[in-house]
Structures are given as structure tokens and as C-alpha cells.
Design a protein around this ligand. Sequence first.
Ligand code: PEP
Ligand code: MG
Length: 603
Amino acid sequence: MTTRNLENMKALRGIAVSPGIIIGKARIIDRSRVKILYQYLIDEKQVHKEVERLKDALRATQEQIVTLKNRMPEQIKQHAFILDSHVMMIQDGMLSDSTINTILQEKINAEWALKKSIQNIGLLFDQVEDEYIRERFHDVENLGEKILRNLAGKEQESLQEIDERVIIVAHDLSPVDTSEMNIAKVMGFITDVGGRTSHTAIMAQSLKIPAVVGLESVTRQVRDGTLLIVDGNRGEVIIDPDDDAIILYQEKQLEHQRYESSIVKIGRLPAETMDGHKITIKANIEFLEEVVAAKDYGAEGIGLYRTEFLYLRGQEFPREEELFEDYKQMAEIMAPAAVTIRTLDLGGDKFSSKLALDREMNPALGLRAIRFCLKQPEIFKTQLRAILRASAFGKIRLLIPMISGLQEILDTKEILEAVMEGLQEEGLAYDADIKTGIMIEIPSAVAVADILARHVDFFSIGTNDLIQYALAIDRVNENVAFMYEPFHPAILRMIQQVVKAAKNAGIGIALCGEMAGDPLCVFILLAFGIDELSMNAGNIPLIKKAIRSVNMEEVRADLEHIFQLDTAQRVRAFITERVKQLVPDLDKRAFALEAPNSISDSG
Ligand code: PEP
Ligand code: MG
């Protein structure tokens, strides 16, 4: 197989976010809102036909909803009421009557009339004081969207319904879409938009399915059934490959699998440098189901449990008992190792329509994480109660996200103490000595890290957000993904400042952004003297291998040199060369970013 053959094929380069190579058929998922292409007046004779067209669409929508409900898996049957409410909305005529009246009176086409009805209903909902009821307008919009799809002859597909082995191709996927994927059927996914640390990308790693995002126009270049090769190690997608390319990538696939199985054994060994410095390696997880795999990969604890996904999955927020069971089981499975449970970090790209919030212009800078929790103390208290109760069954640490300054810590502690008192009064057990830490992921927290360190037991640096906020680049925006640079001297200085503040105060210092699992970054993090790195479990063996291949003395000397380099490009070039010298057989994945692309970028 020569490169020349590949050059004739259409290949796209995007951002590799989850490793592995797959060859399979495309399934296009249309997540765009239905565009109303035509808004037109109709004459008297067409009115009846237009009303009938609307009624047909309503009937079809109702049938689809009932079918969807009947096919719902048992585990989520309790959420079927939401579909019932959609059927009720069709039957009680709220939407249909007003749409039919608008067609009759204004003599406009059904789509336009439906859009107007939805807008009018929206105005009524806006006047309602009760947030919960106001939020129900999303259901009306959602239903309206389904009806519009039927008027346009398009049906929205749920990712649960995929019933053959396919590669999902979408403009964008939300973390909810990802959490609904039928993993037995979905081989991997590729999207037009997205960045390396978007939550959809992080979920793909957890689910161990290859994914490439930020391909810009892949949905326009691929049709349902098109054969694709997706290389999640290098971020490449080949459209309609010929036989030679398929054979080449089958070989690469085997090589990747061989590599993965050879390296997995290293996960069992300690993360210890050749001159005897040890560092703790933990796993980041999103679901309880991942804990066992994390242990198998060699995780020495859970360094970050992102708890948002239980809140994003169902139609209602989970209750205390459900959360308690989830956290308790996790603590029991991991014991005696610790599980670091991060309190709700909803908002940003982890948006839930269940949040009774207006859509924000800048969600990443909006009411997310601890800001949301402090504004909705009842939701926060429910989660804290569940975490504290679970802490009686293993070792749990509490982690608070998106802290920007001391006041949020003080406010959080006040709520935490109230929750503890409540549990005590009820005679419910919890670990009164539970360790509480904060995520350092906002530049203001870096600047006052010395102050914050006096009030908490540990820091965990969240570089995904820290880089986003420090370099002013949206982590889900593929247009600025190239600027997402952990080696930016500003980021390295910030990490150094936080580590120093933690060490001076004698508290623990961890890092749990994607940087922790990047083999090129690990040497720097090691040299900084960070106690604990937490990463996607699949990366643990590779990172342990990297750590076990170097001397602390050497990486510290390198760090001194790195601090004299003035651009991210110079730092990256230096580290890439050093890693090649220090660990020549480190996974090729580590060098994917700088390796020349042998495939023509004809997209
Ligand atoms: C981070 O910001 O680095 C982090 C670990 O949190 P998340 O990716 O969930 O925002
Ligand atoms: Mg974060």
C-alpha cells in the first residue's frame, strides 16, 4: 500500500478525541432544527387542504410518539410520562386548534401557522411566575419541532433506536445524545463541530468508541451508507476508501489493538519514576458503570466523578435516594481507595433543558456549576445529602467546581454544615471528616490560590476550563481549537503558581483536565511535583509507562529549560523531541499532532 493510492481518496482531517480505528457505514443524524423554508399565503380553495395536511402531521406525530413509548427500554420506562404529555398536548388541542384557526383566519401555510402558535404560547408561558411551569414550554417547542418534521417529511431519530452497526455522522451531538447511544451498535462518531475537551468528546473516551470532531463539513460530504474509515488516533476520516486503504487500515487496527493489549499490563504497576518518585494515578468517570473498568486499567482511585450525567439523562432531576445509591455503590466498589465526587457542574456545554434557566448568550460564562448550585440551594442540598450519606460506606472526597473566589467557598461551607447538622439530627451516618477540595479552573482562582488554599483540603486543577478561560477560547468551538494549547507559557506559569500555593499551605494538589492523560504533558506535570493525576481510564497504562521511563531529576532540569521558552510552539517542539529521546517506543498517539499528514486533505 502506498501513500499515492490514498492521495486519490477523499480524506478529512479533524480533531482526534477518542482513540481507535473503525471501518463502517455512515449513519447521518440530523440534529438541526427544521428550517421553515417557505412562509406563504394560501387562497381560499387551499385552506381546507392545508388544514388536512396539518391534521395528517399531527396524526403521524402522535403515532410516532406512541411507538417510541412502546419501544422504551424498561430501565427508563418511568420517564414515559413526558411522551404521554406530548400526546395529551396534541389531543387537548392547545396547539392544533390555534394553528388551525390561524390557517383559517390568516390564510397562511401550516408551517407558518404552527410557528406562530408556538410563539404565542411562548408569550403566555413567559408570564407565568412558577419556573417549573415556565420550563414546560420546552415541551411545547419540542412537540412543535416533531410536528414540523412531519410537515417537512423528516423524522428525528433517537440514538437509542440505532439498530445496526454504524458510524454516527452529525453536525453536532450533545452530551445527552452521547449518553443515549446504543454502544452495542454505535461503532464511533464524527461531527462537523466540537473541540478536544468538549464533554461529548470526553464521553466518547469513556465509552471507548473512536471519535473525530471538528471536521467542519463532513455532514455535507457523506451520505447514509457511505463507507468510512475513522482514525480516532490521528483525527482522520477517509470517505469511500478503496480496497487498498481498507487493507491498510485493517492492519493499523490490528496494530492498535495489539498495542492496547500490550500496554494494559503496565496499568497494574505503580506510577514510579526510575529514580523512585511516586505519583498517584486516578480515573475520571461519568457513570457508575465505568468504575470496574477504571480499576482494571489500574486507577488508584477516582479523581473526578462528573456527576452531571445522572441529571442530564432522565426527564426529571434525580432524587436523593437514587443519587445516594449511585454514590454508595461507587464508594463500596472503590474502597479503600477514594472517590472524588464533584458536585454538579451543569451549564456550559452540559446544558439541560430541565434547568429552569433562560438560554444564555455565553453559557461558558453563565450560571454554571457552583454558581447554579448556590442559586438553587435545594438542588444542591439534595446532592450534598446523598454524597455525605454515601461517605459512610467508603472513602469519599468532595470537590466543588468553578470556584472563582473565596466567597463561594464560604457560602458552600455554610450549606454543607447545614446539611451535616440535618443528617445528624436525623441520626444518619456520614464521614464528619470528609475532605473538601475545589477545582482550580478560573484564572481568578489561580491569582488568589494562596488565599483559597487556607480554606480547603485539596486543589484539583481543571485545565480544560482553565485553558478556555485563560486563553479566551471556547472549548467547543472548532474554529479556535488550534489555539487550545496546554503548553502556552501562561498556562504553565498558572499551574506552577497553583502548585506552589498548595505546597506552601500543605494541602493536596491534583490535576484532572485532559492534560493529565496526555503523554506529552505528563513530564511537565511530574516535574511540577503534582501529587495526583486523574484522567480518562484508558490513558492510565500509557501515562504509567511514560512515568516509569524517566528520571525525576531529568524532567526537573527540562522544566527549567521549558520556562525559558517563550511560545507554546517552542515548548511543544522541545517536549516532542525530548519524549522521543526519553521514551522512543511511546505510543504513536503521543505524536499524532505533529506527525505529517500522509493523506491529501481534499475536503
Ligand atoms: C476541567 O475543566 O479541566 C475539568 C476536568 O472539568 P470538566 O472537563 O468537566 O469541565
Ligand atoms: Mg471544568
